[in-house]
Design a protein around this ligand. Structure first.
Ligand code: FES
Length: 530
């Protein structure tokens, strides 16, 4: 008799083979399971519950010590014996609940490049169609984790519809740009096709005649933007980490005609890729700068921070702008923001309070919850400023959800991610001689920055130690900037001109980078400079 591995949630099963791990089976069956670290046991996205058949698997590895009794990491669970059926349930399932969609509500003077003249539709004063009833445009923020599409009426400037969803590539090959670039090398065009087909499906559900969509403005990090345009992204994965549009010379923005793209919008539509800042600091950061006023005349000294597996940091001072990116890794988001993720945690007089997304039983902790937890543990002196528990090895929030010492201080743990972002911030301050006291504003952009508690983020040294009134959570400023570009030719030109003046810093080239990252910044001290 042949035994099988079953995934009852998905009504799928397949015959057992010895020495194969469960993540491989899940991928083979196209089960939507996260695996950002590509099976290295770091991201913990592949957590599963073994409902039946534990005995045919290998022993738990060290990487699984902090899991519940019946839980395993799919990438670590290997079939050792094919003499019984196994039943598997994913610990995390559902769609992301915390996606920031809105950002920067400022009014821009309506003057789109795509407009109506008589009974014609013009793009940059050239006829591209005959006017029916509407002229629509889409502002798209294509993130590594999530995608936001805003359908905008280009005649009134009104937002008509928003679609926010997970990037489908995430379940194919991890949650960081380097994994995507490597996958693209092995299977050229596969990720691009997946992305476009998902976006097409969302566009088809928009409340409009898709033939009346005459422009799309796309922002995203350099890899995502270029992949969306079907460009070769391999050069972004190797030194000096540059997009083909950077390597070719004078400008990095893109224009493509609808008929040359598989997107289901008007065939004469213009598809615009906003310009990049440099290297991994892409068009999404350009859009954040536009939306937060970094490209406008002002005397504010301000910093914008977008925290993610790849974090971007920009500093504006006098009339200068300097930017960098840092590989923060997946630790700050131990569980995606799905139903059942603990999103808020407090500790008062030893009492632990928590709140989950969807008010359901907790199954893990998402990014905002982990920042709260670290902040509260520091406040109550349960962990010291170097990240070590004072009196314990594990902190239990519930019977099933806990924080281990290894999750904080282990390889690629929380401290590592904090250190990467903190070092990026400090390097920009050092380069410019700006002190944390000089900062008039600290903008937190993106979904992560929108949902975290800023006091706890400041307490653990993830953001500069400035008065909280100066810290502004700006939501999805990248999508906000894309909308500005869509609605105003002046804002588009400003973005194109301004990116040329932004100085980009490659963190890996600064002296003692490794030592500073692995030693100096491995603590939860307040982020002060000097
Ligand atoms: S793929 Fe299993 S822990 Fe990341």
């Amino acid at each position: 008799m042949k035994y099988k591995i079953h995934f009852p949630q998905f009504h799928k099963e397949i015959e057992l083979l010895k020495e194969k791990n469960i993540l491989d089976y899940a991928r083979e069956l196209k089960i939507p399971i996260g695996s950002s670290c590509k099976g290295r046991g770091i991201c913990k996205e592949c957590r599963i519950v073994i409902e039946k058949g534990c005995e045919v698997l290998n022993q738990k590895t060290e990487l699984e010590n902090d899991l519940n009794r019946n839980e395993r990491l799919a990438c670590q669970a290997i079939i050792k014996d094919d003499s019984a059926d196994i039943h598997i349930r994913l610990s995390y399932q559902g769609s992301l609940e915390q996606i920031a969609t809105e950002g920067g509500k400022k009014e821009v003077k309506l003057n789109p490049l795509t407009r109506k003249k008589g009974n014609k539709v013009l793009f940059d004063d050239k006829e591209i169609g005959s006017y029916q009833n509407h002229i629509y445009g889409i502002a798209a923020d294509i993130g590594t984790t999530t995608i936001v599409l805003h359908l905008v009426d280009l005649e009134s400037g009104k937002l008509i519809f928003t679609s926010a969803f997970e990037n489908p590539q995430r379940l194919i090959d991890g949650n960081d740009v380097i994994s995507r670039i490597m996958y693209d090398r092995e299977k050229p065009a596969a990720l691009c096709e997946e992305l476009i087909s998902c976006i097409n499906e969302k566009i088809s559900k928009m409340p409009c005649d898709t033939n009346e969509i005459y422009e799309m403005v796309a922002v995203g990090n350099s890899t995502m933007r270029d992949m969306f345009f079907g460009l070769d992204v391999q050069s972004i994965g190797v030194k000096p980490f540059k997009s083909v549009t950077e390597l070719r010379g004078s400008f990095t923005f893109l224009n493509k005609r609808g008929s040359n793209s598989p997107l289901r919008i008007n065939k004469n539509a213009n598809i615009y890729g906003a310009p990049l800042i440099g290297s991994h600091v892409g068009a999404d950061t350009t859009a954040v700068c536009l939306c937060t006023g970094f490209f406008d005349e002002s005397n504010l000294t301000a910093m914008a921070i977008d925290i993610g597996t790849n974090g971007e940091i920009v500093l504006k001072y006098d009339h200068n702008i300097i930017a960098t990116s840092c590989a923060a890794g997946p630790a700050l988001e131990p569980m995606p923001a799905l139903r059942g993720a603990i999103q808020r945690i407090s500790i008062d007089n030893g009492e632990i309070g928590w709140k989950t997304i969807g008010n359901t039983e907790p199954v893990g902790i998402c990014g905002s919850g982990i920042i709260d937890l670290l902040g509260e543990l520091i406040k109550t002196k349960e962990i010291d400023e170097n990240g070590y528990f004072v009196n314990r090895k594990v902190f239990k929030i519930t019977d099933k959800v806990q924080l281990t010492q290894n999750a904080i201080k282990g390889e690629n743990g929380l401290m590592w991610s904090k250190a990467a972002i903190c070092l990026g911030i400090k390097v920009l301050l050092e380069e410019t001689g700006i002190s944390t006291d000089d900062l008039d504003r600290v903008y937190l952009a993106g979904s992560f920055g929108s949902y975290i508690d800023k006091e706890n983020a400041r307490r653990i040294g993830l953001i500069p130690a400035v008065p909280l009134i100066k810290v502004v959570q700006v939501g999805n400023a990248a999508a906000g900037g894309a909308k500005e570009i869509l609605l105003s030719r002046e804002r588009r030109r400003l973005a194109e001109e301004s990116v040329k003046k932004v100085k980009h810093i490659d963190l890996e080239l600064i002296p003692n980078y490794g030592e500073r990252l692995m030693l100096d910044e491995q603590n939860f001290k307040k982020l002060k400079f000097p």
